[in-house]
Design a protein around this ligand. Sequence first.
Ligand SMILES: Cc1cc2nc3c(=O)[nH]c(=O)nc-3n(C[C@H](O)[C@H](O)[C@H](O)COP(=O)(O)O)c2cc1C
Length: 222
Amino acid sequence: MNIYNIVDDRQSVRDYHDKEVPVALIEKVLTYALRAPSGGNLQPWNIHVVNGDSINRLKATMHSRLNNADAAEQPEYDIYPPNLKSPYRERRFQIGEALYGQLGIPRKDKAARQAWFLRNFEFFGAPMGLFFTIDRSMGSPQWSDLGMIMQTIMLLLKAEGLDSCAQECWALYPNTVGKFLKLEEEQMLFAGMAVGYGNYENPVNRLKTERADMGEVVTFYG
Ligand SMILES: Cc1cc2nc3c(=O)[nH]c(=O)nc-3n(C[C@H](O)[C@H](O)[C@H](O)COP(=O)(O)O)c2cc1C
């Protein structure tokens, strides 16, 4: 696969086969991904690999946490700006519609939508999860470095025949995840990532998401 095919083939995968990811494979991917660039070469990322027994324990912990009436926690950050403006609001709405349409869940079925959303906290059935944390003293330039390494990991995983889904929803439960990972107070949870072998029988994994036309987002200066 060349790099263009890999970029084009990567997609967010939200259903996985029950097939373990060899530790040697994730070690190889991370070894190369750590070559990702970062401003000032700060390499501000901390990556936590949750696998085997530990992912099962985390899924069980999240299950009981989510069934607890007091489950809400103070999120690490606002995932989206308040009053998301146009055209971002429409793009977000569109992906929601496309995803739930693919799953056959009608817009008004809030309970089914919520149940599906909670699958996030089972890593959509993936056998491996990653978490990305960063020192709280870092600002938005360093947060963007996290995006660099996350995409590098997702592309390398694809090159190895593996699938993934970045998951910022984990930032809604920083206390539970922080306690589980034994994070130091100064570590901020940015996102999780499901990793595994995608089940392409599930229509949810057959969604090819849209992108804005180049003219909307790129300006050429001749
Ligand atoms: C930083 C980041 C966080 C994301 N968080 C979530 C998430 O919490 N749950 C989810 O289902 N998808 C999540 N996504 C996936 C996006 O919805 C997805 O990338 C986007 O709709 C484009 O689709 P594609 O990845 O299939 O190309 C996230 C993506 C990124 C880059």
